[in-house]
Design a protein around this ligand. Structure first.
Ligand SMILES: Cc1cc2nc3c(=O)[nH]c(=O)nc-3n(C[C@H](O)[C@H](O)[C@H](O)COP(=O)(O)OP(=O)(O)OC[C@H]3O[C@@H](n4cnc5c(N)ncnc54)[C@H](O)[C@@H]3O)c2cc1C
Ligand code: SF4
Length: 335
C-alpha cells in the first residue's frame, strides 16, 4: 500500500486565483480531474507540495461549437465534451476521441487541460516506487539510464498517449496559455516538443515534452472550421472498455467530386508527442486509390517511431497506426 505524501490543496475559483497561487508556489502542480496526476503521486513519481485545483474556475468551463469554430475551456470534462450535441455534429473527431478516453469514471472527472498535458508513459516509469527502485529508476525520474534505449545519451522515449490532441491537431487547433506575466496563443502542434524522428530540431523528449514555461496554464483550445471537412477518430486498445491507445488515429479530409482535396492525419500512442503526419498534401489532387493508401502507409512508417515503452512491441503499434489511418480515410472518403 502506498501512502500519499503531505500536500496543500488550493481550490481556485477564478483564473486570477490560479495565477496568484502559481506565482506564490513555483513547485506547485495544477490538478484537473487528477485521474493521471493522483496515480503518479500515489506511486511517488511526483511529489508536488501544493496542488492547485482548476476544476471550479469559471473562465475555464466554456464549450462552444458551431459551423464556424469551436472553443473548449481547459476544465471542461471529457464526458461533457463527448456528449455535446454541437460538438458531435460539427466536430465528430473531437467528440469521438473524448468518448474513447479511459472509462466512464475517468471521463466524468478528467478534463481537457489534463488530457492535453497528460504525462508521457513507459513500462519502466508507470510503476510503483519499490518496482522502480528495484530497477535503479531511470532518467525520466532520478536514475541515469534509459532502460528502453541504454545508449540513448540522456534521451527519454516515453510515449505520449492522450487521445484528444490528435483530434484537435487535424482541425488545426490553437491553445490559449496564461501565466502571471500574461497570455499567449500558440498552435497546438507547438505545445508538444517531444522528440519525433521528422522534427528538424530536437528540442525535447519523453521527459520534457511540453513547451509550457514555469507557471503557465492551458486555459482553452480553439479551432476554426473548414467547410466540408469530414473527420473521425479511432483507436486500438488492449481492453476495449478502458485503456490507453496502442495507437490512436484522427483523420480529417475534404472530398470534391472524385478528388481528395485535403487530408490531415494525426497519431497518438506511438511517439513522445502526438504526430501530425507531414506530406499528406502531396497525396491529394486525385481520387482515393491504392497509390494514395500506400503513400499514407509510407508516411506513417517514416514518421511513427514507437519504442518498446508499453506492453506491445513498437513495430506492431506502427502497423496498427497505419492500418487505422487507411481504414478511416477510406471510410470518410466514401461517406
Ligand atoms: C485506467 C485509466 C485509463 C486511462 N485511459 C486513458 C485513455 O484511454 N486515453 C487518455 O488520453 N487518457 C487516459 N487516461 C488518463 C487520464 O484519465 C486522462 O488523460 C484524463 O483526461 C486526464 O485529465 P485530468 O483532468 O484527470 O488530468 P490530471 O491528472 O488532473 O492532470 C494531468 C496533467 O496535466 C496537468 N494539467 C491539468 N490541467 C492543466 C491545465 N489546465 N494546464 C496545464 N496543465 C494542466 C497536471 O498538472 C498533470 O501534469 C487513463 C487513466 C486511467 C487511470
Ligand atoms: S523511455 Fe527510458 S528514460 Fe523514458 S521512462 Fe522509459 S525507461 Fe525511463
Amino acid at each position: 500500500m502506498e501512502a500519499l505524501h503531505d500536500f496543500e490543496l488550493v481550490r481556485a475559483a477564478t483564473l486570477d486565483d490560479v495565477l496568484k497561487a502559481r506565482a506564490a508556489h513555483p513547485q506547485s502542480a495544477l490538478v484537473g480531474g487528477g485521474t493521471d496526476l493522483m496515480v503518479n503521486i500515489r506511486r511517488g513519481i511526483v511529489t508536488p507540495p501544493v496542488l492547485i485545483d482548476v476544476t471550479q474556475v469559471g473562465e475555464l468551463q466554456a464549450v462552444n461549437a458551431d459551423e464556424g469554430a469551436l472553443e473548449i475551456g481547459a476544465s471542461v470534462t471529457l464526458n461533457t465534451l463527448a456528449q455535446d450535441d454541437a460538438m458531435r455534429r460539427h466536430y465528430p473527431v473531437v467528440a469521438e476521441a473524448a468518448h474513447a478516453i479511459a472509462g466512464p469514471t475517468q471521463r466524468n472527472m478528467g478534463t481537457v487541460g489534463g488530457n492535453l498535458c497528460l504525462d508521457t508513459r513507459c513500462i519502466f516509469y508507470n510503476q510503483s516506487e519499490w518496482w522502480r527502485s528495484a530497477n535503479n529508476h531511470c532518467l525520466k525520474t532520478t536514475g541515469d539510464t534509459c532502460h528502453v534505449a541504454p545508449k540513448s545519451h540522456g534521451v527519454c522515449f516515453a510515449t505520449y498517449s492522450g487521445d484528444l490532441a490528435p483530434a484537435l491537431l487535424v482541425l488545426g487547433a490553437e491553445v490559449d496559455i496564461a501565466s502571471p506575466s500574461g497570455t499567449r496563443t500558440i498552435p497546438l502542434n507547438d505545445l508538444y516538443i517531444g522528440y519525433a524522428r521528422h522534427d528538424d530540431a530536437v528540442e525535447g523528449d519523453g521527459k520534457n515534452f511540453l513547451s509550457l514555461e514555469a507557471g503557465e496554464i492551458v486555459t482553452a483550445v480553439r479551432a476554426a472550421n473548414t467547410s466540408g471537412l469530414t473527420s473521425a477518430y479511432d483507436k486500438i486498445r488492449i481492453r476495449r472498455s478502458i485503456e490507453y491507445p496502442v495507437a490512436g488515429v484522427a483523420v480529417a479530409l475534404l472530398r470534391d467530386g472524385d478528388a481528395l482535396v485535403d487530408l490531415r492525419v494525426a497519431v497518438t500512442g506511438t511517439n513522445p508527442r502526438p504526430v501530425l503526419l507531414e506530406g499528406t498534401a502531396e497525396l491529394c489532387g486525385g481520387p482515393l486509390n491504392d497509390d494514395v493508401l500506400q503513400g499514407l502507409d509510407a508516411l506513417a512508417r517514416d514518421q511513427i517511431m514507437p519504442m518498446k515503452t508499453t506492453f506491445t512491441p513498437g513495430h506492431y503499434r506502427r502497423r496498427v497506426a497505419s492500418v487505422l489511418a487507411q481504414r478511416l480515410v477510406t471510410r470518410l472518403y466514401a461517406e
